[in-house]
Design a protein around this ligand. Structure first.
Ligand SMILES: Nc1ccc2ncsc2c1
Length: 247
């Protein structure tokens, strides 16, 4: 997979050089390219923003630098077309399901905005050439979209074949499609078996894999009911038998 990111703060994406994503890049599983938006602003101040038409607070990112940056990355007459992801608080929610969908794309192009956002015409123009998704990572105030790019790239990269050492853990993730869909992961434990007077739940030491699986699902249901009751509503009656609900 190729990932391009256009930003006025490409240094904000430095974490993509380390850990899971960094290792995937080193293995050649991921090709990440960062681009400075200001390189496409040719006035002396390399201006990328201006006041909003219609008035209002803040500044809006100008269309010309963004259009030039997107076309520099993906020339209209070039090979292949990326899927453009525009991180924005007014976008569709970023979910594990969307991460799985994006992980099947050969090329993603991220356009994180600062200020009040990007002139709408940039999105409309790009949509004539490529698929565009406006995506939000949640309902809170951030200074820009770069941190959302870090979130989405990590969530997608870990799903790529060969990136995670143990494919099992992808299956057992919270929110992963399948048995754990719409369930939060339960508590986890490691050695020592007793620590500051607290013991590991005996079932986890029993070697009884059926009992362990049942215990883990029960704990996942309990944690989901406690922290995300909204997710329980998504579980079909077939997913949660009467016993589970009563637990
Ligand atoms: N403030 C804010 C909240 C969510 C979000 N998602 C992508 S960019 C962004 C910015």
């Amino acid at each position: 997979m190729r990932i391009d990111v256009v930003s006025i703060f490409p240094e904000y994406l430095a974490p993509l050089d380390v850990s899971l994503v960094g290792k995937a890049r080193a293995k050649g599983l991921l090709d990440v390219r960062l681009h400075q938006l200001r390189d496409q602003a040719h006035d002396v101040h390399r201006t990328v923003d201006d006041t909003p038409y219609g008035g209002g607070p803040g500044m809006v990112m100008k269309p010309e630098p963004w259009a030039a940056a997107l076309e520099a990355v993906a020339p209209p007459d070039g090979e292949g077309v990326p899927r453009l992801i525009v991180p924005t608080p007014s976008g569709r929610p970023f979910t594990q399901e969307l991460a799985v969908e994006l992980a099947s794309e050969p090329w993603l192009l991220f356009a994180p905005a600062r200020y009040e956002g990007i002139d709408r015409r940039v999105i409309e123009d790009a949509a004539t050439r490529m698929r565009v998704d406006e995506v939000s990572i949640g309902d809170y105030v951030l200074a820009g979209g770069e941190v959302a790019v870090l979130v989405m790239v990590e969530a997608v990269a870990r799903l790529l074949p060969g990136v995670l050492g143990n494919a099992e853990s992808v299956r057992d993730d919270s929110f992963a499609p399948g048995a754990m869909a719409n369930l939060l992961e339960g508590p986890v434990y490691t050695k020592p078996a007793e620590w500051r007077g607290r013991e590991v739940p005996p079932v986890l030491l029993s070697g009884n894999h059926g009992a362990i699986a049942r215990w883990r699902r029960d704990q996942a249901l309990r944690r989901t009911a406690e922290n995300r009751p909204d997710l329980l509503e998504r579980l079909t009656s077939g997913d949660v038998d009467k016993h589970d609900r009563a637990a």
